[in-house]
Design a binder for this molecule. Sequence first.
Ligand SMILES: [Zn+2]
Length: 396
Amino acid sequence: MAMTATLCSSCFRDPFLKAFIDEKGTDDSCSFGCTGSKALPLTMIADVIGDALSKHYSPVDTSHDEIEVGEDPVDLLLRLTGLEHPQAKAVVEYLRNREIRTHGSDQFFGSDLTFRTPWPFGQENRWQDFKQRVKFEARFLDPAAKYILDELSRDLPDFARGVAVSALPAGTRVYRARIGQTSEDATRIIEAGLPELGPPTTSQAHPGRMNAAGISVFYGAIEPDVAIAEVKPWVGAWVAVATFEATRDVRVLDLARIPSADQCESVFAPGFAALSQRIGFFRSFEYEIAEAVQPGQELIEYVPTQVVAEYVARTLELDGIIYRSAQTDEVGKRNVVLFPRNQVTESEDTTAVLRFPLKFVDGLSELRRVTGISVRSAGEIIWSRYVDLPPQDSEE
Ligand SMILES: [Zn+2]
């Protein structure tokens, strides 16, 4: 590409790059044959693009890491800027050469590198700040921690294209699973029904990622196979799976639907960094919900997610949170946690799940047997797929 190559505002779809060229450009013709738009030297626009990429993305070295995949730089530019392939290629070539000139070797735009957004381990990680605070400085929701959450959840219904808060309509089914020690034990659990398959009573509630000891929350899954995977059964284990139904519309913070920052906003927009940090917080929170805790560390390691969960329940007054499962590699597999309401109203309906907007669907409980587990890993993440069959199809 000659040094005098130009790009014009019609080459781009991104509104911020278009406006930049329209404002600063000249009437020089576009090297790529467009007519009637302002144009600027390709080098000048590529510098702007390169700065944004190095600020908001991390390189992945595909020559060393065969598992972790990022996005090819040309593909990333096609997606982010709306450039056509020849223009995007010219921009990437310029950025590579610029880097070789200034650093002497390929570093950020090298030919083996792809890109990914740096989550959940970005440098300016607000989740890490928040965690540090509630774990080691001021337990629970002190004004500073509350301020962080207030800021992050401002205008939540409109945040991230308006998908962060959603409703599970009345009648939506959710599932819970329990492992039986033997097939007889699992059968006994199913026959006992709600008392064995529902959430624990408050006095029996062990601390978890979303609840302090003594506070019973409902951990469930949107799909039965996720409920099975979440109890981490072994091959040969007998699992009782129960069905529940929402008795009204249930409003949830839907972490699974929050898109990546660059799907919500132009990476060239002035507010992109702030949006990216906000989404990074929710991503890191979701990631941590699923992460295992070293035995003995639960008391402190559970605190950050517990504090956010309580904030979602009490301050945002949402019924629960939907989050992706880390126990299955299938896309879109989701868990749901529902928070209890204060008042326990005695119900004549024996299928009502006290404190929760749920009823137990008697007669739909199932006995499953895990016949195989397949495991695959990517980086530090290990996914397991649980294969299960109804017991009559298995050998025993
Ligand atoms: Zn053009």
